[in-house]
Ligand binder design. Structure first.
Ligand SMILES: [Zn+2]
Length: 346
């Protein structure tokens, strides 16, 4: 299944399947369906009787294996922490979600590790079981840690036989330049707002106005916005927005308590979008993420200086980078919130 807004890009790509580069780097904003796009592309490239337009037939033995996730010439590289790739947005819950229960120390890796890449070596050396394409999908590719990325380079450069790579990421800049330069870049854009709103309204069973509000809160990303339709997610989103809007009057400890059960990457991302909107409103632009909080954003942005907000944005960028280390989560929350209060207390 491919999302409407990505169908033209897939069609164009499959129309030239004979000339495709052996390593494609699919990138674009989070929550637009890149993982689904990559899976569809992978299935089409492995399909043994593709349709005239190059799409997967859905009926051959290769398509059957692919759907069952046991195609012998296909490998998916993804962090152990993700049963599904991070960007498998359709059913994902990790972006706006409660923290999974369990001890922090027992958390599976969020990295794609070097042993996972080494395990590919044998796969790429032997001939394909079906005598055709062998395909490796790496999603999200920015989860490759440095050692894993280095180990990948050689195979990526000189793949043996008909080995193909598809890399997927929200953050191409986070990949080593050595990996990027060996791939053909394939950017996918955000859908047009009208297209996304129509899809979301139909998919979530809401009116277009509600769909537009959710899309705004999700920065235009339809699959992120789709998650707001889930009642439990909507509740989390409300807590986030209320907490963010309450600072600086709300005390830092109280705000940190309110956010304690929410996945750190989620609230840091929300905090970053809140500050983006503060900067936008301060510059006289419309808020992008929280259009229904215009008044509060205006009141807050009048009380703070541009340098303070810019410093805060940089501080939050740093928090976003370190937030995956679970032992620091509470400290990271408090530090980020202290930064917000300092910038906004005027
Ligand atoms: Zn097929």
């Amino acid at each position: 299944m491919i999302y409407d807004w990505l169908a033209p890009a897939l069609k164009q790509l499959l129309g030239q399947r004979g000339q495709l580069h052996h390593a494609l780097l699919i990138h674009g904003p989070g929550g637009i369906g890149k993982s689904a796009f990559a899976a569809e592309l992978a299935q089409a490239l492995l399909c043994e009787s593709p349709l005239p337009d190059g799409a997967a037939c859905g009926r051959c033995v290769a398509c059957g294996w692919f759907v069952q996730r046991n195609h012998p010439d296909f490998r998916l590289l993804t962090p152990a922490a993700a049963e599904e790739p991070r960007d498998t947005e359709a059913a994902g819950t990790d972006e706006v979600g409660r923290k999974p229960a369990g001890k922090a120390g027992a958390k599976p890796s969020r990295d794609i590790r070097i042993d996972q890449v080494r395990a590919l070596e044998r796969f790429t050396e032997v001939g394909g079981h079906r005598g055709g394409t062998k395909l490796i999908l790496i999603d999200p590719a920015d989860a490759l840690n440095t050692a894993a990325a280095n180990a990948l380079l050689k195979t990526l450069e000189e793949p043996s036989g008909a080995t193909r790579f598809i890399l997927v990421t929200d953050r191409p800049d986070a990949l080593p330049a050595t990996v990027r330069s060996r791939c053909r870049s394939l950017p996918l854009p955000l859908p047009e707002p009208a297209v996304a709103a129509a899809w979301l309204a139909a998919d979530a069973g809401v009116d277009v106005a509600q769909a537009r509000a959710w899309l705004a809160a999700a920065g235009g990303s339809p699959l992120r916005a789709r998650r707001f339709a889930d009642p439990s997610q909507a509740a989390i989103h409300r807590v986030l927005v209320e907490t963010l809007a309450g600072i600086p009057e709300t005390g830092v400890m109280q705000a940190a308590d309110a956010l304690a059960d929410i996945e750190p990457s989620v609230w840091v991302a929300a905090l970053q979008t809140w500050v983006v909107d503060l900067l936008r409103v301060r510059a006289g632009a419309e808020p992008r993420y929280f259009p229904d909080r215009l008044e509060r954003l205006m009141a807050l942005s009048r009380r703070t200086g541009l340098p303070e907000l810019q410093r805060l944005a940089a501080r939050l960028d740093a928090a976003a980078r370190s937030v995956d280390h679970p032992l620091n989560a509470r400290l990271t929350i408090e530090d980020a919130l202290l930064g917000v209060r300092a910038a906004l207390a005027g």
